[in-house]
Design a protein around this ligand. Structure first.
Ligand code: ADP
Ligand code: ZN
Length: 209
């Protein structure tokens, strides 16, 4: 299964990806997780990415396309993968296509803008492995650490100002790729405004799992 997860920031892509990875037995490739790892490590890529991420802007297409192509060429992606956070522009979708990658389905998680600011301000994330948590919907384990033992933090870009910018960028640059894949008959849409479990059930049904 070669699956793309699509939806605004805070739609629950990372949360559903975690469930789907186990069910489908394929890796999740999250550009957000990869870019933040590079930022923590202070690599050239990380320094470049930080300039965009902090303002809620998109990292340039050529940069992101490069890291995704390299990741998809690894052995553990041979039998399928889940893409979370990529493609995010029409140009990225075209680059994926030009690289000969054939996507099976695009799962669109639908959430209204009014729900998102609230969701993102309660979001937390493991600094070590990227596992998502939420103060209300998916609490951090009682010892305050991630299941992997890592430190759980709030992302710098989950502040109100940056969230508004990310939403604007989503509607302008990312949402059009839904049409791009719909034209290929690949889009399945799921309501993601309910609980994690409700969305998981809806996803299973939509994907026939
Ligand atoms: P969210 O879906 O909550 O916005 P992500 O972790 O997917 O969070 O992305 C965080 C930030 O990383 C984005 O705002 C953007 O700056 C950058 N980013 C992630 N994926 C891409 C991509 N495919 N193209 C460009 N920038 C990206
Ligand atoms: Zn962790």
């Amino acid at each position: 299964m070669k699956l793309i997860l699509l939806g605004p920031p805070g739609a629950g892509k990372g949360t559903q990806a975690e469930v789907l990875t186990k069910k489908l037995g394929v890796e999740t490739i999250s550009t957000g997780v990869m870019l933040r790892a590079a930022m923590r490590e202070g690599t050239e890529l990380g320094k470049l990415a930080a300039q965009y991420i902090e303002g809620g802007k998109l990292v340039p297409d050529d940069v992101v396309v490069g890291i995704v192509k390299e990741r998809l060429s690894q052995d553990d992606c041979k039998n399928g993968f889940i893409l979370d956070g990529f493609p995010r522009t029409i140009a990225q979708a075209e680059a994926l296509n030009d690289a000969g990658v054939e996507i099976d389905k695009v799962l669109s998680l639908e959430v209204d803008d009014s729900v998102i600011v609230d969701r993102l301000s309660g979001r937390r994330e493991c600094k070590a492995c990227g596992t998502p948590y939420h103060i209300k919907n998916k609490p951090v384990p009682e010892n305050g650490k991630c299941v992997c033992g890592g430190e759980v933090i709030q992302r710098d870009d989950d502040n109100e100002e940056t969230i508004k910018n990310r939403l604007k960028v989503y509607h302008e640059q990312t949402e059009p790729i839904k049409e791009y894949y719909a034209a290929q008959g690949k889009v399945v849409s799921v309501d993601s405004e309910g609980t994690v479990e409700e969305t998981t059930a809806a996803v299973d049904k939509a994907l026939g799992l």
